[in-house]
Design a protein around this ligand. Sequence first.
Ligand code: GLA
Length: 386
Amino acid sequence: MALQAVSNLFHDQFGTDPSVVSVAPGRVNLIGEHTDYNEGFVFPAAIDRETWVAASLTEGETSVVSLQTGPGHSFFADRVEPGNVHGWARYIAGMAWAFREIGIPVPDAQFAVSSNIPMGSGVSSSAALEMAIGTAWLALMRRTLTPSELAIRGQRCENGFVGVQSGIMDQMASANGRAGQAMFLDTRSLEITYAPIPSEWKIVLLETGKARALTKSAYNERRSACEAVAAKLGAGSLRDVSLEDLEANRDAVGANYPRAKHVVTENIRTLEFVDALRTSDTELVGSLMRESHESLRDDYEVSCPELDAMAEAARITEGGIGARLTGAGFGGACVALVHQDHADQFSETVIRRYQEAIGDTNGYKGNALVCGTVEGARITLSRDAE
Ligand code: GLA
């Protein structure tokens, strides 16, 4: 269906069939939030909300069209620079720029894009676009990078081209995801350990309806605060700061203490969570997710009333194992783990409770998506290979 839709869009726009079609998933992060740019631990899973890209080489400019948002800016791939391209085409131009940065000359191409990843919900629609575009472009160039090398190109696109100082989690999850598994990632070494999600558990994404206002500035500001604490303590990153060190230097650290405390404790929670998931320890999973949410709310200050209301509704609803905000925060969605048999009823009840709690003043309705898990970025059609 999606393959057909994106191929048809390509044909309508460019008058030929695409040479390749790629697909890359969004992700939820089960735990390990705002740790990735501190060389810490994260535990995301790639979900069955995906971005499809149909592509062919062209003699003219690189041009892009999306089924959801229409045409984007055109540009020449071999000379595009940060600031030259605006709107969603930045993510495509930024991938060309990031490939060039490592000496890969990038030919111009035509791209048609279609996605069912909710935007502004904190489930990495931009990383999925980068990974799908990168995968398609590499196939057109007949080059290969490892999924993790491609993820690093995506991060460079965000950092150097789009201007968000994001970590590596989203692109790594979109590039390296596996069906049925969550992905424990050490963001310092980029070593991945997969852990099966218990088959009787479901992931439910609980969208608040409040678009994540990220908020380049707030995100980048959090990152600087973490780096300032690490520097003050003579550490390369907060990964190397223990809770004891932090407590002992609380006065010296000053106003940034709560920010650092979140990161240091979140790393500890993430390690504990991996074991709790492996042993299907519902109680521990629940309490770690709750502590993570509270730490993000109180110490890191990236939650909002809508995310708090959603997490609370999930916490008191039958069938729920644990819930917390997922992604950067500042709006977006919560992730919940739910006993499979209760998933539908849970979704309905949580959204009703969320609406009751939030009231109708701001018009946010909320929405629940029961998610499956899928493989990372891949080529699904290649005419040359036929
Ligand atoms: C965004 C960033 C990630 C990560 C999360 C917070 O999704 O892109 O790198 O920092 O926020 O955990």
